[in-house]
Design a protein around this ligand. Structure first.
Ligand code: ADP
Length: 470
């Protein structure tokens, strides 16, 4: 769903700030005004009650039953209240007994309302016929034994006027304050977002050929620094992946060139001169040997790239490790026999793990094949299966070959890494066997390691969890 909110973060930030300022200003002004207004009005009512008390002392009935209000200011200065307010006195049946000059022809209400002026002062805001807004207080009074209702009202107009003035002033100020908020918001969002812009423009400059470049971290420890650091770490990983990919492609091309060059050379020899059918057969045989080599290499490369791409799905099944080791030995026995070597298998013959038999066997074959390849004639290679604290099974493959120096041991699981390139290639190796074995073991959440020293043989240790995890 497309939002109506502007796309630019800076504009959104500024708008939110302006909106917030406006809302706060309106709420504050409205709140202050309402409190002030209500207080002033309460004050007016309070004064009106006080004045009503004064008035009560100024009224009396004449002997002929008419209501008399002493409103001559000279003799009764307190009657000033009567002159300044609106005053009306009624009998309880609503008959008008008195109203002062200021009220004139207007009225403060008809007959007494139910409960009006009983048990204290009643108070209400009302409007006179000419539109004058007043706050009125009323009270029942017993005068010479006759119940009457006295109503006294105070004009609210000054309070309303003050309210209008206040609101007018606020309304006049509002545009200026909003303009101030706009300016502040604009500057604030620019200041906050400037580093983001700079990170974005620096990131934009980094292409696949400039992956070694990094975004400057200012060391302020704020979120933007954190963003830059995260970005830099991603760049480092990308850089490393690109480097490995380039290396892999270069190495693979190099490896592919060797058998191709050999095939070409054999072909050229065949074409150079007439040969006997026997000689041709031998040439074709050599060619096929190279083609086989090429096929194995391409298969290995395919397997590695599918593994990298996550395209290989392991099919887990219960595997008795001992049986799998025995199968591996049977498979490689002919190679060992060629060198009069012995392969020995010992250990827990019932330990089993959940694993993909195809890939696990491949890993085992690669390691045992190396042991045969690199050990001298008549050597012995021993395989041992053992349970490790109930949750894993370990297979160790110990040979009495030349061993591996520590500086090489750290790299033998790398792709295309060969300690002695010539010797390995003569033995048919591409330097991919251990890389594939490591991939297969790690895909099973297991581990593979080597302990070795030159001249003392090598021991490869493969540890696999009993429970397979997809
Ligand atoms: P390769 O196809 O060359 O054997 P690997 O990945 O299987 O490639 O092994 C990498 C290198 O590790 C080999 O070139 C070899 O030098 C060394 N290596 C592997 N296994 C052994 C072993 N059992 N004894 C001595 N060196 C070994």
């Amino acid at each position: 769903m497309k939002s109506k909110w502007p796309a630019r973060l800076g504009t959104r930030l500024a708008l939110s700030y302006i909106l917030l300022t406006a809302v706060v200003m309106i709420l504050f002004t409205g709140g202050t005004e309402a409190v002030l207004f209500l207080q002033m009005r309460a004050q007016l009512a309070h004064f009106a009650i006080e004045d009503l008390e004064e008035v009560e002392g100024l009224i009396s009935f004449t002997p002929d039953g008419r209501l008399k209000v002493r409103d001559d200011y000279h003799n009764h200065p307190e009657s000033k209240q009567i002159l300044e307010h609106f005053l009306e006195v009624r009998a309880l049946d609503g008959t008008l007994l008195y109203r002062n000059d200021r009220l004139g022809e207007r009225t403060l209400g008809g007959a007494p309302q139910p409960g009006e002026g009983i048990g204290g002062y009643s108070q209400r805001s009302t409007m006179l016929a000419d539109g004058t807004r007043v706050v009125m207080v009323s009270r029942r009074h017993l005068l010479d034994g006759r119940p009457i209702l006295i109503r006294l009202a105070q004009s609210e107009e000054p309070v309303w006027h003050a309210r209008e003035q206040f609101l007018l002033a606020a309304a006049l100020m509002f545009p200026f304050m909003i303009a101030g908020a706009v300016l502040a918001a604009y500057r604030m969002s620019r200041r906050i977002l400037a580093p983001v812009e700079s990170i974005a423009s620096q990131a934009e400059r980094i292409t696949s050929s400039r992956l070694h470049e990094r975004i400057p971290v200012h060391g302020t420890g704020d979120e933007l620094d954190h963003l830059a650091e995260v970005f830099n770490r991603t760049l480092s990983r990308l850089d490393e992946s690109f480097r490995q990919l380039r290396q892999f492609t270069a190495d693979a091309s190099h490896e592919l060139r060797t058998p191709l060059a050999a095939i070409r050379a054999i072909g050229e020899v065949g074409l150079e001169r007439e040969a006997t059918p026997q000689e041709y057969r031998e040439l074709v045989g050599s060619m096929l040997e190279e083609v086989n080599r090429l096929t194995r290499l391409v298969n290995d490369l395919l397997m590695i790239s599918r593994g990298d791409a996550g395209a290989i799905k392991l099919n887990y099944a219960p595997v008795t490790v001992f049986d799998m080791a025995r199968d591996t030995i049977s498979l490689l026995e002919p190679l060992a026999e060629e060198k009069e070597q012995t392969l020995v298998l010992t250990g827990a013959d019932d330990a089993s793990v959940e694993a993909d038999p195809v890939f696990l066997r491949q890993a085992l074959i690669n390691v045992v094949h190396n042991a045969i390849k690199y050990s001298p004639p008549q050597a012995t290679t021993s395989l041992r299966v053992a349970r490790v604290n109930g949750s894993s099974v370990a297979i160790s493959i110990t040979d009495s070959g030349p061993g591996i120096a520590p500086e090489h041991a750290a790299h033998i699981f790398d792709r295309f890494y060969r300690v002695d390139t010539g010797r390995s290639r003569d033995a048919g190796g591409f330097g991919l066997g251990l890389a594939i074995a490591q991939w297969a073991v790690q895909a099973h959440k297991g581990s593979i390691s080597v302990s070795s020293a030159p001249g003392e043989g090598s021991t490869f240790l493969i540890t696999l969890p009993v429970k397979g995890t997809a």
